[in-house]
Write a protein that binds this ligand. Structure first.
Ligand SMILES: [Zn+2]
Length: 234
């Protein structure tokens, strides 16, 4: 387990070297982004305590088990914390993997967690959660979101991008850690989402798997170009 601060507002919590969730510091307490693997509640609560602040809000980038895994455990310990997920991803968390008629009919992939915990707020693109802006980033899953903190340009991208081995758009096969690629629903959407994220001109990139990158735009551009080349071949 590793806990590290990145700038004034962001704390990364890592389990097993490769599974991240984040605390975002707000004036009234903390927003937790993702809940990591099952069995992480204790570690996350200890990390919050170390920051001398309470978790007020829990936001899920998507409903895969390594991001939503400790939702239930945390909800038990923090019954008053708000629980948020995108409106499109909420049915996946409830166990309904059906696609909408307007969506590409590729089968959603990866290990979705099904939870009885009810979100208290369903998010749409453009909404605010404290300082964070909700950015729709479909591709890895249909309702995937990223969060952007304009206070210091932090982008918390979930699995829209990865930084293990190399910075890559989700869906690109990355040696050593191919799991997010296997779990990606729609690669062309993922590419469009990555372009949207680069257009925010982030100063710092924090992802579900891999280290936090400072000044990530050049590496994001490279990842997007590589993803474009790979998709053009198919
Ligand atoms: Zn995922």
């Amino acid at each position: 387990m590793g806990i590290s601060n990145h700038g004034q507002y962001l704390t990364q919590i890592t389990r097993l070297g490769a599974f991240n969730c984040y605390l975002v510091h707000e004036s009234d307490g903390l927003t937790l982004i993702d809940t990591n693997l099952p069995g992480s509640a204790k570690i996350i609560l200890a990390a919050a305590k170390a920051q001398s602040a309470d978790i007020r809000r829990i936001v899920l980038t998507h409903a895969h088990g390594d991001h939503a895994g400790s939702l239930e455990g945390l909800h038990k310990q923090l019954p008053n914390a708000e629980i948020m997920i995108s409106k499109r991803e909420a049915p996946f968390l409830a166990g309904n993997h059906q696609l909408l008629p307007a969506e590409p009919q590729n089968k959603p992939r990866g290990n979705f967690l099904t939870s009885k915990v009810q979100p208290t707020r369903l998010l749409e693109a453009g909404e605010q959660i404290g300082s964070l802006q909700v950015i729709a980033t479909p591709g890895h899953t249909p309702g995937h979101i990223a969060l952007f903190d304009p206070r210091d340009g932090n982008l918390i991208a979930g699995d829209a991008l990865g930084t293990i081995f190399r910075t890559a758009v989700t869906g690109e096969f990355v040696p050593l850690f191919p799991f997010p690629a296997f779990a990606t629903w729609h690669k062309p959407y993922a590419l469009e989402s990555a372009k949207h994220l680069l257009a925010l001109e982030p100063n710092r990139l924090a992802v579900g798997h891999g280290k936090v990158l400072e000044q990530p735009q050049a590496l994001m551009k490279q990842a997007i170009l590589r993803s474009e080349m790979i998709l053009a071949k198919h």
